[in-house]
Design a binder for this molecule. Structure first.
Ligand SMILES: [Zn+2]
Length: 710
């Protein structure tokens, strides 16, 4: 039988036995947090109890509790605020406490004033009467608690050593009940939280860690014993297309997805999962449908939402069984099947099905919100209604986020759910939270407070640039400046000799500014179609194409991507040694080519100075004329008229750019003169309905993918 779960790795270091208090839990959080078999990035929480001297030299019992939203793998001492344990224990037997009252109380228990906020499971950590307590989200434990016979399987394996706890929100009542049940079961070492994860505890840090490893090993064994059918989710119902066909399809589909998912936001970054596991799951008979039954874990709810969109856009000819429709969708309105036609050689993608599917998901989400979220829980705003994850039979899965790291984290949680579903399905069927439970948790005020904890984004957050260059050093300088402002940059060079240098520069930019903030494309700028497609595969699409090549020629491929995104795009030209007049001619040619197409601006900088180019790019894509710096004295040629209207060229410098040249829709409202020339007006009106909640959507769709830590 295929392995159901990747097992955790025992990383205990003997010398760690000497660590005490906060040092001990800090070390343990690194071990647990870095092991994806135990928890995904940002998941779980960890604590230790000890004695310190407070500001008045009083001996004080404390709980060092990992902060809300921190990533266990990367914690520092500051991520473990010290809380007065005796004050926390006061709540063990007191009366009811509201959610906000609980949070305020936890903050007030802080030993120091300026500490990070502890997580919502803090009271459970405090009430479990052991020095070391861990909470994590192992695939195997979640799977064991996600099928109908899971409880019996758990009882048979763990007996009195584990407590089974049905899914509930972690309020003070849960903490008390858990503590009572642990006290009533002296030999107990584990709590199995249904559809959620695990609690372990011990007198020593090592024992606590080993209890988690043991729980995963035993949960794996219990699931394996319960398996009654092959873990193949009913076998493949869609034959994945050949890799090159899949690549071409994705090259067409992803920009349509990115455009639709970006509506009402500054932009999103897509993450593509084409791993064997993802493709097999997405192509299986039962897997995609099971995803509609809810999240595997609360962290999935935070990142992916209650459920992903399933979208079958495989071309005809990939269905394994001619008697089996590629998407046996039943009546699920969220599950969309494209009209794939009858030509088995057809490889062109059905972008209309993508748009329809995303729209259908939005309608489902809004209905889910209306049906399940009470008025009292709506004060903190609605989360974005666009899907954050899309399962593509035959092709894999796509996830979206405000940046590459959050899109990847969303993919991690979707992958975890795929693992859980596969195992639970083999053991009798996947059972998760109902829509009502999901919505209650999604809009639980404590969950909704999370966005406040998120770090600010740069002015170019969500924006993607494709930079093609003859000079890799120049491209790297431009990319670094853009990435510093929150952008993601795909880099293409003209020469194979420069590719290694470009890759090294991209790696440095990522080290400075964040995960996948720059990517060196495998294809060359001299192959425009391939370069544009590879940028699409990297990020889902792009908003600005910067052409720093000697030969040019990539713009038409970039325009095709803008068309598929149905989203305004910009081209910025800069050619060493070319006059402003020559650039102006090229602008005219590109604009003629863009005639009647989706909104496009074409601009040029008549200098090859990378600083000037970067400043011009910031100006083009930034929210408020970009942060144009005093260092830019390049020239912008900015004919920003709608296609089909009179051609008009403004030549100006950075220091006196007139408002009329602004093209940013967000600020157009404050500068009425812009309205008549803003060719994105059409796009704007199309999104009027989301505008009022744009900020909220931005905060949520965009930022909600932040690390969960429940
Ligand atoms: Zn949790």
């Amino acid at each position: 039988m295929d392995e159901l779960f990747v097992p955790p790795v025992d990383r205990w270091e003997p010398e760690a036995a000497l660590l005490t208090g906060r040092d001990a839990v800090l070390h343990r959080s690194h071990l647990v947090g870095a092991d994806p078999a135990l928890t995904k990035e940002g998941g779980g929480n960890f604590s230790a109890k000890g004695i310190v001297s407070d500001h008045r030299h009083r001996i004080t019992r404390v709980l060092w509790m990992s902060a809300w939203g921190c990533d266990g793998a990367a914690t520092t001492p500051a991520d473990f605020p010290a809380l007065r344990l005796d004050d926390l224990l006061e709540l063990r037997a007191s009366g009811p406490l509201s959610e906000n009252g609980m949070i305020d109380y936890l903050v007030d228990c802080g030993l120091r004033g300026e500490q990070r906020r502890p997580g919502i499971e803090t009271l459970t950590h405090a009430f479990i009467p052991y020095p070391h307590v861990d909470h994590c989200h192992p695939d195997a434990v979640i799977a064991l608690t996600s099928f109908p016979g899971g409880r019996q399987a758990a009882d048979a394996e763990f007996g009195d050593e584990a407590i089974w706890f049905d899914y509930r929100q972690f309020d003070v009542g849960v903490a008390r009940e858990l503590a009572d049940r642990i006290a009533a079961k002296p030999g107990c070492r584990f709590v199995l939280l249904a559809n959620h994860g695990l609690f372990t505890w011990a007198d020593s840090s090592e024992e606590c860690y080993r209890n988690s490893l043991e729980a995963v090993e035993r949960a794996t064994r219990a699931v394996r014993k319960a398996v009654r059918r092959p873990p193949d989710l009913g076998g493949q119902s869609v034959n994945p297309p050949a890799p090159e066909v899949a690549t071409d399809l994705l090259g067409e589909l992803l920009p349509a997805m990115r455009g639709a998912l970006s509506a009402g936001t500054p932009g999103v970054v897509l993450h593509l999962d084409r791993s064997d596991e993802a493709v097999r799951f997405a192509s299986s008979a039962r897997g995609p449908r099971c995803t509609q039954d809810g999240p595997s874990c609360p962290d999935h709810l935070v990142t992916v939402g209650y459920r992903p969109l399933v979208l079958d856009v495989t071309p005809a000819g990939t269905v394994a069984d001619p008697n089996h429709t590629p998407t046996d969708t039943g009546t699920d309105p969220n599950h969309t099947s494209a009209d794939t036609g009858t030509d088995p050689n057809r490889t062109s993608a059905d972008t209309g099905a993508v748009l329809d599917g995303i729209e259908r998901h939005r309608r489902w989400y809004n209905d889910y919100y209306e049906r399940h979220v009470p008025l009292t829980a709506r004060g903190l705003g609605r989360r974005g209604d666009a899907p954050r994850a899309i399962v593509l039979p035959g092709l894999g899965a796509v996830t979206a986020g405000p940046d590459a790291a959050k899109a990847r984290l969303c993919a991690d949680h979707l992958a975890q759910t795929m693992t859980v579903i596969r195992a639970a399905d083999a053991a009798g069927g996947y059972v998760s939270l109902t829509e009502a439970q999901g919505a209650a948790d999604e809009y639980w005020p404590l969950m909704r407070l999370k966005p406040q904890l998120r770090p600010p984004e740069g002015p170019l957050a969500g924006k993607v640039f494709l930079v093609a260059a003859s000079d890799d050093a120049c491209a790297a300088t431009v990319a670094d400046r853009l990435a510093a402002s929150g952008a993601h940059v795909a880099l293409a060079t003209e020469s194979p000799r420069q590719q290694a240098g470009m890759a090294a520069s991209a790696a440095e930019i990522c080290a400075r500014h964040g995960e996948r903030r720059a990517v060196a494309l495998p294809s060359l700028a001299s192959d425009p179609e391939a370069a544009a497609r590879d940028a699409v595969l990297a990020y889902g699409g792009f908003d600005v194409f910067i052409d720093l090549t000697r030969s040019g020629g990539l713009a038409p491929a970039a325009l095709a991507v803008f068309d598929r995104q149905r989203r305004r795009g910009s081209v910025l030209l800069s050619r060493d040694g070319r006059s402003a007049g020559e650039l102006e001619l090229e602008i005219g040619r590109l604009e003629a080519d863009a005639e009647g197409r989706f909104g496009l601006t074409v601009n040029a900088v008549a200098t090859a100075d990378p600083v000037a180019v970067a400043e011009a790019a910031l100006f083009l894509a930034g929210p408020v004329f970009g942060p144009v710096s005093d260092t830019w004295d390049g020239t912008v040629l900015s004919p920003r008229q709608a296609p089909g209207t009179a051609h008009h060229t403004v030549q100006t410098t950075a220091h006196d750019i007139p408002y009329e040249s602004a093209h940013d829709t967000v600020h157009a409202t404050t500068h009425d003169t812009v309205h008549e020339s803003a060719h994105e007006t059409a796009q704007e009106s199309a999104h009027d309905t989301v505008h009022e909640s744009a900020q909220d959507v931005h905060d949520d769709t965009i930022h909600d993918n932040a690390r969960g830590s429940r």
